[in-house]
Design a protein around this ligand. Structure first.
Ligand SMILES: [Zn+2]
Length: 83
């Protein structure tokens, strides 16, 4: 199971769980994603909350983000697997 932060065209943020990235993409392609606040089906995957540790924090290697490439799917577009 993976969790996506989603955002509708009206700016409502919400989150939803999907079996896999492919599951998410199928629902997106079929227009089955809808905003629980306004029902808009113009839902986009939002940004994951960036882990802003602050400039004063020690630089630690960030954990590899969960990515479709790791699960045999397309890359998430935000991580080193892409491209
Ligand atoms: Zn909405």
């Amino acid at each position: 199971m993976i969790r996506y932060d989603l955002r509708c065209a009206k700016g409502h943020g919400f989150e939803d769980w999907f079996d896999s990235i492919a599951d998410y993409e199928r629902l997106e392609a079929e227009g089955d994603l809808s905003c629980p606040s306004c029902g808009s089906r113009q839902v986009k995957r939002g940004f994951m909350a960036p882990a802003l540790a602050g400039a004063s924090a020690k630089a630690e290697p960030a954990p590899m983000p969960m990515c479709g490439m790791a699960q045999g799917g397309p890359g998430c577009g935000r991580c080193a697997f892409e491209g």
